[in-house]
Structures are given as structure tokens and as C-alpha cells.
Design a protein around this ligand. Structure first.
Ligand code: HEM
Length: 168
């Protein structure tokens, strides 16, 4: 084959490749719109990702209530029940987190999930002490301090949890 024919064949192949790519681009369909899953699935799928909002926000709110109760004793019952509800929500976060941990094991984020699990355990112990601290007169006056420490701990757990869920 002479050089002219080779050039012709090259041009033909090039045109064929361009035509194929163009037809694919035109034929490519936009992704279908999101369809709502059944309510049960929507509520309970990835439960941990939903529940964690409670211990995060409630720890901050209960701590604020305890700080307020130092000057205004009428806030004490509110703070007391807020701490209880917070501890229960942390328990729910713990078990729902354990249930989802398997999705990352084995995997590149296994070590991060382990670290995050330890945060969850430390928070669980801290929350139990927080509740107990309110049951005795002697320790009740330090509950606000425990609240501040736990606030930092849940925020740190939220940060690592976010990396587990979305870190790339
Ligand atoms: C009170 C304690 C805990 C808090 C405050 C917490 C907080 C969080 C947060 C904020 C996220 C990100 C959620 C999102 O972006 O949608 C997350 C994800 C996650 N956490 Fe926790 N967590 C706690 C305990 C635990 C425990 C004990 C485990 C057990 C290993 C765990 C396992 C996970 C897993 C596997 C994910 C990723 C879920 C996914 O997106 O599939 N967490 N956590």
C-alpha cells in the first residue's frame, strides 16, 4: 500500500472513532430521578447516620442547661432529664454504629472505624458517669464540667464519624 492509501485509511478510522463517540454522547441518557424508598427503609436504613444527631446536639444542650442551672436552680430538673435523654441517645448511637461497622471491615477505613468505635465507648462511659454524677449532691456540682468534656468528645467523634462516612 502506498503512503496515500495509508493516510486515507487512517483518516477513515479516525472518522469512525469520532462518529462512535458522538453517537454514544447523544445516546447517553440522563440518570433517572431519585425515587423515594418505602418509609420503613427510608427511616431505618443507615440508622446510625440518623441517630448520631441526637447525642451530638443533646450533649451541647444539656451542658448549656447545666451551666445555666448554676445561677438559676429552676433549670436543674430540665438539665437532669436532658442528661438522661442524652445518655440514652448515646447508647442508641453506640449500638447502631456497631451494627454498621461491618460495612467497613475489612477495608481501608477499618482502622478509622476502630478509632471511632473507641471514641464511642469512651463517650458511653462518660455519659454513664454524667448520669451518676447527678444522683449525688457531692458530685452534682461538677456535672457541668463533665458536660463540657463530653461536648468536646462528641464533637471529635462526629468529626471522625464524618470521615468514616465521607472521607476520600
Ligand atoms: C456517641 C457515639 C458516636 C457518635 C457521636 C458518632 C458520630 C458519627 C457521625 C457524626 C458519623 C457520620 C454520619 C454521616 O455523616 O452521615 C458517624 C459515622 C459512622 N460511625 Fe459513628 N458515632 C458514634 C459511635 C459509633 C460507634 C460506637 C461505632 C462502632 C464502630 C460507630 C461507627 C460508625 C460508622 C461505621 C460510621 C459510618 C456510617 C456510614 O456512613 O455507613 N460510631 N458516626
Amino acid at each position: 500500500m502506498n503512503a496515500g492509501r495509508w493516510r486515507g485509511l487512517g483518516a477513515l478510522l479516525m472518522a469512525l472513532a469520532i462518529a462512535t463517540a458522538a453517537s454514544r454522547a447523544i445516546g447517553a441518557e440522563a440518570p433517572a430521578p431519585y425515587r423515594m424508598p418505602p418509609p420503613g427503609q427510608a427511616l431505618f436504613d443507615h440508622l446510625h447516620n440518623k441517630i448520631v444527631h441526637f447525642p451530638l446536639v443533646l450533649t451541647l444542650v444539656a451542658t448549656a442547661a447545666l451551666l445555666r442551672a448554676r445561677r438559676r436552680p429552676e433549670f436543674e430538673p430540665v438539665a437532669f432529664w436532658l442528661v438522661w435523654v442524652t445518655a440514652l441517645s448515646a447508647l442508641a448511637a453506640y449500638f447502631s454504629g456497631q451494627a454498621q461497622a461491618g460495612d467497613f471491615e475489612p477495608g481501608p477505613k477499618e482502622w478509622l472505624v476502630d478509632l471511632h468505635r473507641r471514641q464511642g465507648i469512651a463517650i458511653g462511659v462518660g455519659q454513664a458517669l454524667w448520669v451518676l454524677s447527678l444522683l449525688r449532691e457531692r458530685t452534682r456540682r461538677y456535672a457541668w464540667l463533665l458536660g463540657l468534656i463530653l461536648s468536646v468528645m462528641v464533637l471529635a467523634a462526629g468529626f471522625l464519624g464524618g470521615l468514616v462516612a465521607h472521607g476520600e
